[in-house]
Design a protein around this ligand. Structure first.
Ligand code: NAD
Ligand code: UFG
Length: 344
């Protein structure tokens, strides 16, 4: 049972590759390596003990994606490919509308073509990487899937448009089976320390920045805001271990393939942790100090964002198990074994 992973060489895609292999699927990576490194392929072969099926190319190239689908005949597709930096999306909105929305249109057209002509005989089955960003600034927490959606930047806007596009495609052809997964804050790394998050340049996100401070690559963390209406004044997020998140994709595919019903679910732990709690947990896991200073709030940040994770448990039988301490320990193993990421 082949599964095509667009963007499968990236952070979440590579961990999902491992989880799918362990569940006896045969994942195939489709990636340009625009935001990943070819060295991940060798690492995945070491972890799984099997060769990696790789198609190097662009999801925007519809005829080529069609040919990949015809060749591999996957029973399902997970669409990770896209750009994800919020700040960059504000500076370069067209990059995000082109690659994220254009990439989804291209993939959906290619899937439509190969299913319409019978080349791939199973029902079109897609899992889409959405984000808690579609909840904008939530009125309350925890967030359930029926909360109103909004966007505050072009990245978030692209996720909203793709969610709506998927609804329209399903309305036009009810044979489509679509699982929309709204991730909260993915962190951590595979326990082998061989694969992990490898951001280019200065990390935007908290956990990779904390890890680089702990390893001594950066002198100090700026904590953006200590006057939020939260227990310690710093921002609260639902950090989820990427290994739990990867298992959520396996559960989503199994639900789509076995039951055939579409769904939209949050993938989070249902718990929130503050920035100061993350720093403390990381210091304990690494044994290294993480110097920090308070800085003004970052534009666009919300005070609190965490999931109500009940629907994923009910529909997929999935829930997150790994703790913040394990997220920090696994991030630290990856960071300290690979201080330059995959570029060594
Ligand atoms: P990532 O950048 O590590 O992985 C994305 C992969 O897609 C990269 O390997 C990149 O080379 C590839 N790619 C980009 N454009 C492509 C194209 N046109 N054709 C083929 N490949 C292309 O990102 P990630 O953290 O693994 O995120 C995966 C998905 O999950 C993204 O859609 C992202 O928006 C979504 N998401 C991520 C987070 C997060 O915090 N990491 C949170 C919510 C949602
Ligand atoms: N933070 C700092 N210092 C830093 C980086 C972050 O204090 O150097 C704080 C932020 O202010 C926030 C928390 O750490 O309170 C988490 O910030 P991240 O940037 O790690 O994560 P966000 O919740 O802001 O954003 C993430 C993804 C977005 C996505 C959003 C909602 O990066 O793509 O979750 O799902 F849109």
């Amino acid at each position: 049972m082949k599964i095509l992973l667009t963007g499968g060489a990236g952070y979440i895609g590579s961990h999902t590759f491992v989880a799918l292999r362990q569940a006896s699927f045969e994942p195939v990576i489709l990636d340009t390596f625009a935001n990943s490194h070819p060295a991940v392929v060798q690492r995945l072969e070491t972890i799984t003990g099997q060769p990696v099926l790789l198609e190097r190319g662009d999801v925007l190239d519809t005829p080529w994606v069609e040919s990949v689908l015809r060749q591999h005949q996957p029973v399902g597709v997970v669409h990770f490919a896209g750009d994800k930096a919020v700040g960059e999306s504000v500076a370069q909105p067209l990059k995000y509308f082109h690659n994220n929305i254009g990439g989804a249109v291209s993939l959906l057209r290619a899937m439509t073509a190969v299913h319409a002509d019978g080349t791939v005989p199973t029902a079109p089955t897609l899992v889409f990487s959405s984000s808690a960003t579609v909840y904008g600034d939530p009125a309350s927490v925890p967030i359930t899937e029926d909360f109103p959606r909004s966007h505050t930047n072009p990245y978030g806007h692209s996720k909203l448009v793709i969610e709506d596009m998927l609804t329209a495609v399903r309305a036009a052809n009810p044979a489509w089976r679509v699982g929309t997964l709204r991730y909260f804050n993915p962190v951590g790394a595979h326990p082998s320390g061989l694969i992990g998050e490898d951001p280019a340049g200065i990390p935007n996100n908290l956990m990779p920045f904390v890890a680089q401070v702990a390893v001594g690559q950066r002198p100090c963390l700026s904590v953006y805001g200590n006057d939020y209406p939260t227990p310690d004044g710093t921002g609260v997020r639902d950090y989820i271990h990427v290994v739990d998140l990867a298992a959520g994709h396996v559960a989503a595919l199994q639900a789509l393939l076995n039951r055939g019903e579409s769904f939209t679910v949050n993938l989070g732990t249902g718990r929130g942790n503050s920035v100061l709690e993350v720093i403390k947990a990381f210091e304990a896991a690494s044994g290294c100090p993480v110097p920090y200073q308070f800085a003004p709030r970052r534009a666009g940040d919300v005070a609190q964002c965490y999931a109500d994770a009940a629907l994923a448990k009910e529909l997929l039988g999935w829930q997150a198990h790994l703790t913040l301490d394990q997220m920090c320990a696994d991030t630290w193993r990856w960071q300290s074994n690979n201080p330059m990421g995959y570029r060594m």
